[in-house]
Write a protein that binds this ligand. Structure first.
Ligand SMILES: [Fe+2]
Length: 384
């Protein structure tokens, strides 16, 4: 067995009502003056008041940064870091979807380092640890609450890239399924498909370990069982709980095993066309599974069973193909976009996007089947 290494967030608190403990947990980790990083939509909604209340109960002061945008630009990260410095914050709490949590992670390291966000895009480029930080996800999707990555668009260079550093691992993660009850069906669908992509890609990644695989497996089961219900019956707290737990476990799988080709191919859609990350992954996951299926059919056969498919009596290759069909059917039932053309992406853009995708090298290296430029073009053509 190969040597493996495993990490997750410092402290994870999960459960209905868990948000009530946020103030006490922040205090325990040394926070006195908190930079609260939130989505603008969330800033106007009721749950922000709850979070302010729990901080006030512990006599913590806070400053709100609510200029987070979907698929945030590096400039937004810089602004959040400047505010943390100016206000002498000693803790950062990110509340929201992946964009808010990624911005919060960036604020924490930009508060203690001299450079700008664009200087740190890449792997291990952050010189010093940041402020301690906590994440409160309000979508069941990105897993950003347990990963060491924060992704930003650099419009000058027309690219979307992650700041990847061990200093980005959140010290605390607080997950309360009640906070996800109000998510609209479409957002539930595409963030949920992002989580499923993390689970399946981390399981089939060449960098998977026995420990990461446990998390990926459990995540596939929870998401496979509950995503339809969470989308079509959003008030079902049990389905919401399963999805939030599933996305957490998928995030732990992803942080330790990486993702594969769907994520590489998804990046150019976000960087150039501002397609939300989950939409891009939902569209690409079935096609990448189809491309990969016979590189590790035993893994895909297991995925089919964990997704709830009946694999009794099937040969291993038949069960493996059923995993692809299962995810295709799920994407269709959730009514997520199935075609690049539905997203307004012109066919002549495909070769350029494929070249950009090839530069997102790490997930491609993890892919169970080698991916050439021609393969990348072929996958985009299949989903055009
Ligand atoms: Fe993702």
């Amino acid at each position: 067995m190969a040597i493996f290494n495993f990490r997750a967030a410092g402290e994870i608190t999960f459960g209905v009502g868990a948000i009530q403990q946020a103030g006490a947990i922040v205090k325990k980790w040394g926070g006195k003056r908190v930079l609260l990083v939130v989505d603008p939509g969330f800033a106007k909604a009721g749950p922000l008041k709850r979070i302010k209340d729990v901080l006030e109960q512990e006599k913590l002061s806070y400053v709100v940064f609510d200029a987070v945008e979907p698929e945030p630009r590096v400039e937004v990260a810089d602004q959040s870091g400047q505010l943390a410095k100016k206000e002498r914050c000693d803790f950062v709490l990110g509340v929201g979807g992946g964009s808010a949590m990624d911005t919060a992670k960036a604020a924490a390291i930009l508060a203690t380092n001299e450079g700008r966000a664009r200087d740190y895009q890449g792997l291990n480029k952050v010189p010093r640890p940041g402020l301690p930080k906590g994440m409160v996800p309000t979508t069941a999707g990105t897993g950003s609450e347990v990963t060491f990555t924060a992704v930003f668009i650099n419009a000058d260079e027309k690219k979307k890239a992650g700041i990847n550093s061990p200093y980005l691992y959140p010290e605390i993660s607080i997950l309360d399924p009640e906070l996800t009850l109000g998510l609209p069906p479409a957002v539930t669908a595409f963030t949920g498909m992002d989580a499923l992509t993390h689970a399946i890609e981390s399981y089939t990644s060449k960098a998977a370990s026995p420990l990461s695989a446990m998390f990926s497996q459990e995540a596939i089961g929870l998401i496979g069982k509950s995503l339809r219900q969470a989308v079509h019956q959003g008030s079902d707290l049990n389905a919401r709980s399963n999805m939030l737990l599933g996305s957490l476990l998928a995030g732990i799988g992803l942080a330790n095993a990486g993702v594969t080709a769907a994520h590489s191919l998804a990046y150019p859609l976000g960087g150039v066309y501002r397609v939300p990350h989950g939409v891009a992954n939902a569209l690409l996951l079935p096609a990448v599974m189809e491309f990969n299926v016979f590189s590790c059919p035993e893994k895909f056969a297991q995925i089919a069973a964990w997704m709830g498919e009946n694999v009794q009596g099937l040969s291993m290759p038949e069960a493996a193909v059923l995993a692809v069909e299962s995810v295709q059917r799920l994407a269709k039932d959730l009514e997520v976009p199935q075609r690049l053309s539905d997203l307004g992406i012109p066919q002549p853009a495909i070769p350029g996007m494929a070249e950009e995708a090839m530069k997102v090298a790490r997930p491609l290296e993890n892919n169970p089947r080698p991916v050439s430029l021609e393969d990348a073009i072929g996958i985009y053509e299949r989903v055009f």
